[in-house]
Structures are given as C-alpha cells and as structure tokens.
Design a protein around this ligand. Structure first.
Ligand code: HGY
Ligand code: MN
Ligand code: MN
Length: 427
C-alpha cells in the first residue's frame, strides 16, 4: 500500500533547523530544559506546526501535546512521537527527530490525499529527560497514570524551583486528559545515541527493547573543616565519600555484566578550595537490560555507600528517584519495522536501546516499538550530537510506512475489547 510514497527529507531538515534555533547554544547545541521558557517555546513551535497541518490539538495538565489526524473510522489511534525538551548541553536531534518526523509523515499524507482507516497522532511528551526535574519520562509516566499531577507539580528541580511553579503559565498546561485515550500503538523514531549503527554501517536500528533504569539521589552530611589544619582522622569529609562513590560506580560497571553506572550530577558545599566539604549531593544512574543484575548493582551500591559513609562518620540520605524496568517491545510492530526497512531497501539490525525513552513507558499502555537512526561518533547529550539528513530521511520513511500499516488495522489491539476495556465510545 502506497509503496512509492516518501517523505520530503529537505523539508524535515528545515523543520529540525527551525526548532534547533529555539534554545540554541553558541556552541551549536540546544538547551531546552523541561518547563523552561525555551522548552515552552519549543512546544509552542510544534503546536503551531500541528495546527498548520490541520491536526486536532490536545494538551493535558502537565503540558503533553498531541496532534490527532482522524481516520476513515474512529478507533485505536496509531500514535508516534517523542519529546522536544533537552538536557542542558543537548543536541538538536535527541527527541526532536521523532516529533518532527511524525509531523513530516502527516504532511506527506496530507499532500498525497491519503486518509488511513484508523486515526493517527503525533505526541510530544514533556520532560522526557528528567535532567532538571526527576524522574525522566515524566510526561509519559503521567499519561500512563504512574504519576499524579499533584506529585508532578510538587517535584523540586536541581535549581530549587518546583514543576508546579514552572507550569503555572497560561500557555503551557492544558485541560485535556489522555488517561483512557484510545492508544492503539506507539512508535518512536529516535537517534541511537550510541556507536552501534555507525560502527557497523547500518542505516536503521530495529529496536526490540530498552534496558532498565534506576536513579539514586544521595545527600551526604559531614562537617566543614580547614583543609590544612584538620588531621585526616578528624575529618567527616562529604567530598571524599562522594568521590569514592563515583569511583565505585565504575567498578560496578566493570564487574557486573552489561552494567552501566554513572555519577553525572555532583555538587559540594561550600565547594571551596580550602574547606573540607560539609555536604555533597550526587546522583548515581544505573542501567542494565537485566532486572536481576540491576538489582545486584543497586544493592552493592547501597552497601558501599553505607560502609564508606559510616567509616567517615558522614550521614547519608538516599532516595530512589527513578525505577523503570527493562521492556521488550511488541514483536508484531518490531517485525513490521524490520519488514518496511527491507522493502525500502535499507540496511537494518535488531538491537536494544541503551538510552531510556517514552516508548519504554508507553509499552506498558499499548503495543510499542522504536526505530533508530545512527548517531555520528556515537555521541549524544553533547552539543556535537549529529545525524545526517539522509539518515533521518531514511528513518522517517520507515516511520511513514510502519504507521501506514498500523493505521490500516487494529494494530495489535482488538478494537471491541479495547473500547469495552477502556469504557470508550469514541476516541
Ligand atoms: O536518560 C535517558 O536515557 C534519557 O535520555 N532520558
Ligand atoms: Mn531522547
Ligand atoms: Mn536524551
């Protein structure tokens, strides 16, 4: 069906360029931290694009934005999308690629005068990154019902402000409710953010699942002291314990199969050259495709922190901020992605995602899968992040043709059962 249809790659490249100007950094990257003015401007840009394509725009209480394209019949919606918030030193492709490629697919279908049997939609989730306000994937967790609006609004960010105070803006939150929305399937195009596809010269990643994620936030309380006059045995050095934890994170990565552990956030108080640190606040990001090994890493970290802090007489407050299980994507949709790549004559390989994504959360709500395109040099969460326009066009064509298939039928969801289960009469 519509085998010869293709997206307009140069138009998509222009849209990525337009969005990248919002929150642009001098270094060439992008900073649109969640719920910041730049993030809202980016979200408003996408909303404007949705309206210009004639999509029905809906916005929920936390700012998740969805543009719906009706089908010939009501029913479970074949949804695609991603996010437009970024980390502080972000690139222009992480998240934006999936949202703008989804809109490019809608524009291509508009131009071709094609109406799918089932409705299609593009969604842009808020705060996928979690870099300013933990947890990550906050927007999709809210849609899935894991997080209430009160809980989300109460979250305090690394800058000391609350989500609620940043949300209270007449342009950002909406009054629509996506709970119980008729999600028939969710498909996310994303850059790989790692080295695999590029190193093997492969154009498309057929993503079978995502590894598990746990974020542990540690607050250490020691005692400030003179860096010169204070003997070592008298110290209660929060900075020393924090440094030991960062080093132990690497040991966990080396000793536990497929484990990745990272101390990415670390702040000391008073953070002065000649003062033994009184306080330290740090996070440990643990990842593993296997839940049991992820649990082992968390347990070993906990024991190490307790022992090291006790020896240094430093108090520890530990809080788990993220705990997202590994997911396996819907085999049927994964198969369709692989088949469409083959029909389009592009190389592909199956793989697991190292990075977390909204698709990992949506997989708990409806059949979900992802499409990867290569990251140049395997880098991301770095201003030098780059994916070529040709690779993005290739990914967008796989997205187009997979969505055409998902929008042609009940896409792995029995319509009657789905409507009855959700007490729905129409989407
Ligand atoms: O942390 C992640 O994997 C994602 O970029 N939020
Ligand atoms: Mn992302
Ligand atoms: Mn990211």
């Amino acid at each position: 069906m519509h085998e010869s249809l293709r997206v307009n790659g140069s138009r998509l490249e222009r849209r990525l360029e337009e969005l990248a100007r919002i929150g642009a950094l001098e270094s060439g990257g992008v900073c649109r931290l969640a719920f910041s003015p730049a993030d809202k401007a980016g979200r408003n840009y996408v909303e404007g694009r949705m309206r210009s394509l004639g999509l029905e725009v809906r916005i929920d209480a936390i700012g998740n934005l969805m543009g719906i394209r009706p089908g010939r019949e009501p029913g479970p919606v074949a949804v695609c999308g991603s996010h437009t918030d970024t980390v502080g030193t972000g690139g222009r492709y992480d998240g934006a690629t999936g949202v703008l490629a989804g809109l490019e697919v809608m524009e291509t279908l508009n131009e071709a005068g094609i109406t799918t049997q089932r409705p299609l939609a593009v969604i842009s989730f808020v705060n996928e990154e979690g870099a300013r306000f933990m947890p990550d994937m906050m927007g999709s967790l809210f849609v899935r019902g894991d997080l209430g609006i009160g809980q989300a609004r109460a979250v305090i960010g690394i800058d000391g402000t609350s989500v609620g105070s940043n949300l209270d803006d007449d342009t950002f939150p909406g009054s629509d409710d996506f709970h119980g929305f008729s999600f028939g399937s969710y498909l996310e195009l994303h850059i790989e953010q790692g080295p695999v596809l590029e190193s093997e010269g492969i154009q498309i990643g057929v993503v079978e699942g995502v590894q598990g994620i746990r974020w542990i936030e540690l607050n250490l309380e020691g005692a400030a002291a003179h860096a010169g006059a204070t003997p070592i045995e008298m110290r209660r050095d929060a900075g020393y314990v924090a440094g030991a934890i960062a080093q132990y994170a690497r040991r966990l990565s080396l000793e536990i199969d497929a484990q990745r552990a990272t101390v990415g956030f670390l702040s000391l108080y008073p953070n002065l050259v000649n003062v033994v640190a009184e306080q330290a606040r740090l996070t440990v990001d643990l990842r593993n495709p296997d839940s049991a090994r992820l649990g082992e890493a968390e347990r070993r970290l906990h024991d190490f922190v307790e022992q090291t802090a006790a020896l240094e007489r430093v108090r520890v407050r530990s809080e788990k901020r993220v705990d997202v299980a590994p997911v396996v994507f819907d085999a049927r949709i994964v198969g369709i992605v692989e088949a469409k790549a083959r029909v389009l004559g592009v190389s592909s390989r199956r793989m697991i995602s190292g990075a977390g994504h909204d698709a990992q959360i949506m997989a708990g709500l409806c059949p979900a899968a992802m499409i990867f395109v290569p990251s140049s040099g395997g880098i991301s969460h770095n201003v030098r992040e780059y994916t070529s326009a040709a690779d993005i066009e290739c990914g967008a064509n796989v997205l187009l043709h997979t969505l055409l298939e998902l929008g042609a039928s009940n896409s792995g969801t029995d319509h009657a059962k789905f409507m009855q289960f959700n007490g729905l009469t129409s989407f």
